[in-house]
Write a protein that binds this ligand. Structure first.
Ligand SMILES: [Fe+2]
Ligand SMILES: [Fe+2]
Length: 297
């Protein structure tokens, strides 16, 4: 029988300077905001007088985020298990905060919906492309880790979850929230929560960036796998944007489809650029990466 090796009583101790441990420290400080502390009273007032078309756009965004946060909450566990099985203690310690934060994000959007009285079935806002990503690709990719914990499977999971869903889709979604609400000072409770969860997400994406850089450094052939997968997924992000505009070029907030497409492409390029830096890096350098180098705010 294989015997456990205890890490924290060995000379190694905890790698307090490593990026995952620093992210863990950051999460204990910034990831503890409480969705129930947010005041939605003004949001309720605004919701009652917003034009129907604008309400429809915001509700579509909220319902996609609500389902997305639920999906990432339910689907993360196999990755945590795979990392724990490899004995990567600092990474697992960080991941305990990751799952907690996703649960809070799920709670947050439900609180918004409850406050504004939208309690019906919102799955009508889940378009075919949305369903393809969140009902199929994400759960299938993450559940694969229950039986296959190869570096290829872990890299695939992090590509879909951290780089694409969090790093491209969610970032594009925050942009849409700000673009339609910020200038008019609308729905301040909703925007406050979005700002807080955007900060949490920057750590999630930062961890994913670290994980993929580590995997690429340990197994250089994975760079092509990750890069090919990202290129396969990108058209789905464009299609989601297009479906959100319902055949129009400009929405009720004056935002253009062209601008959304450009923002999505910019996010995609930023992820790919950071990952490409993993090639030729030494493993010690990856553990020493700064928070800003992986985009943590
Ligand atoms: Fe989240
Ligand atoms: Fe996340």
């Amino acid at each position: 029988m294989e015997q456990r090796k205890i890490i924290t009583t060995s000379e190694r101790g905890l790698q307090e300077e490593s990026l995952p441990f620093r992210l863990y420290q950051k999460a204990k400080k910034f990831g503890v905001w409480n969705p129930t502390d947010i005041d939605f009273s003004q949001d309720v007032e605004h919701w009652a007088i917003l034009p129907e078309e604008k309400k429809g756009e915001i509700l579509r965004l909220i319902s996609q985020f609500q389902a997305g946060e639920e999906a990432v909450t339910l689907d993360l566990l196999p990755l945590i298990m795979a990392i724990a099985k490899e004995g990567r203690l600092e990474e697992e310690m960080y991941l305990t905060t990751f799952l907690f934060e996703e649960a809070k994000h799920t709670e947050f959007f439900r609180l918004v919906l409850n406050a504004i009285g939208e309690k019906g079935d919102l799955s009508v806002h889940h378009t075919d492309t949305y369903k393809k990503i969140f009902y199929e690709i994400l759960p299938e990719t993450m559940n694969r880790l229950m039986t296959d914990q190869s570096p290829e499977a872990i890299a695939e999971a992090s590509t879909v979850y951290n780089m694409f869903v969090e790093g491209v889709l969610a970032e594009s979604g925050y942009y849409s929230f700000y673009r339609s609400l910020e200038a008019g000072g609308l729905m301040p409770g909703l925007l406050k929560g979005v700002g807080l969860l955007k900060r949490d997400e920057s750590r999630h994406i930062g961890y994913g960036t670290f994980l993929l850089q580590r995997l690429i450094c340990e197994h250089p052939h994975l760079y092509d796998q990750v890069s090919n997968r990202m290129n396969e997924l990108l058209p789905l992000a464009f299609m989601l944007n297009r479906e959100g505009f319902k055949g129009q070029e400009v929405n009720s907030s004056g935002a253009t489809l062209e601008d959304s497409m450009q923002f999505t492409q910019k996010q995609f390029n930023a992820r790919m650029e950071v990952l490409s830096r993993a090639k030729g890096r030494k493993i010690e350098e990856i553990y020493k990466l700064s928070e800003s180098e992986v985009g943590v705010i």
